[in-house]
Design a protein around this ligand. Structure first.
Ligand SMILES: [Zn+2]
Length: 367
């Protein structure tokens, strides 16, 4: 029904994941590989890429940021270590949180050029709603825009290099097809980051071309941008979310959440939007692993936690539903609370969960 990585706690239900003969997932295999990888070669690839784009326009590249640890780390490193003049870019999320806004302002004030893209909120709400109702995705419209809106801005400013933080597929478990390939295009964005449901959601929305301005992979636009390099910074140096957090805290004013975060034991990641909690809870109901499992995996792989400690934390946190947000989520999607709960029921994996006293409880025990 479900099994877990023998090293971390990645579940066999995770999309695109693979295990080796020891029962280690590909995130853990990658962690091993990173120790002996020829990073000097990768850094020279980075140099080459940066020199190709340096000084070609008003900005050398775009760095996508949210005010959180990872984008802040990438922007800071490119500027301080490589002297890169980046245009930092944030696509304003739905249901933003105060701390996220505060962190973004602190980041900007630490010395960066920044553009805030506010997409059509009604279009985003409609796309988020279809993603939620049809696929159990909490913020699908926003997920689209963090790719499509970035391409629009790159084109408008004549910038041909875009950095995202890490490739989650490779770092946290999933497809390894691009492990040794630095850049990627629209097809990979649609498949790996938008779960191949992009065309369905756009069609279903019935939105006009104008209303979809920030949400379209406009083919003519992409043709013009054939010289565009889209890449992850995690390709060029050993990715370490905790180091990123420390650097962002020291140099970019990052603050953690002071209270506990629902669904996990960490307080320094993904504090910019309320829908993140729902996103992770839906992941838990669909696949049997939640945010705490993911966070624990990162801690195990960096050697800061044992698998036994991780199991204890996962048992405490993964099954916490973000109930305090349910009313607001339903209101955002424009449905009743009853309908909202019905969608959770629809996507809960009945092989993995059973409903007890109104809540979905796991039938499995993490081992
Ligand atoms: Zn693993």
């Amino acid at each position: 029904m479900i099994s877990w990585c023998k090293n971390c706690l990645n579940a066999s239900t995770r999309p695109r994941i693979e295990f080796d003969h020891r029962g280690w997932c590909n995130a853990c295999q990658w962690m091993e590989e990173k120790k002996s990888l020829n990073w000097a070669k990768r850094e020279s690839e980075l140099h080459e890429l940066l020199e190709k784009h340096r000084g070609k326009g008003d900005f050398d590249c775009i760095v996508t940021v949210s005010g959180g640890k990872d984008g802040s780390y990438v922007a800071h490193t490119l500027k301080s270590r490589y002297g890169i003049n980046a245009l930092c870019l944030t696509v304003r999320p739905p249901m933003p949180l105060e701390l996220g806004d505060k962190n973004l302002i602190s980041f900007i004030n630490s010395g960066f050029e920044h553009i805030h893209v506010s997409v059509n909120q009604e279009s985003m709400r409609i796309l988020d709603r279809i993603g939620f109702l049809d696929f159990g995705q909490g913020y699908y419209g926003w997920l689209i825009a963090i790719h499509t809106a970035v391409l629009r801005i790159a084109n408008s400013f004549g910038i041909n290099l875009v950095f995202y933080s890490e490739d989650g597929e490779i770092e946290y478990g999933g497809s390894t097809e691009r492990k040794n390939i630095a850049t990627y295009g629209i097809e990979y964005m649609k498949k790996a980051y938008l779960n191949s449901t992009y065309d369905h959601v756009i069609k279903e929305s019935g939105l006009s071309k104008q209303e979809l301005y920030w949400f379209e992979f406009d083919p003519s636009l992409y043709k013009e941008m054939s010289g565009l390099d889209v890449t992850h910074f995690s390709y060029y140096e050993a990715w370490d979310p905790y180091r990123n957090y420390l650097v962002a805290k020291e140099f970019c004013g990052l603050e953690e959440y002071q209270d506990g975060v629902v669904g996990t034991f960490t307080n320094f990641a993904q504090n910019d939007q309320e829908l993140a909690s729902l996103h992770y809870y839906l992941m838990y109901l669909k696949f049997g692993f939640g945010r705490a499992t993911q966070d624990a995996g990162i801690e195990i792989r960096r050697g800061a936690m044992t698998r036994e400690q991780a199991i204890n934390l996962v048992n405490i946190y993964d099954n916490q539903p973000p109930v305090q947000g349910f009313e607001r989520y339903a209101k955002y999607y424009g449905i009743s609370l009853r309908e909202f709960l019905g969608v959770l029921d629809k996507f809960a994996n009945k092989d993995l969960f059973e409903k007890v006293d109104g809540y979905w409880k796991p039938r499995f025990v993490v081992t």
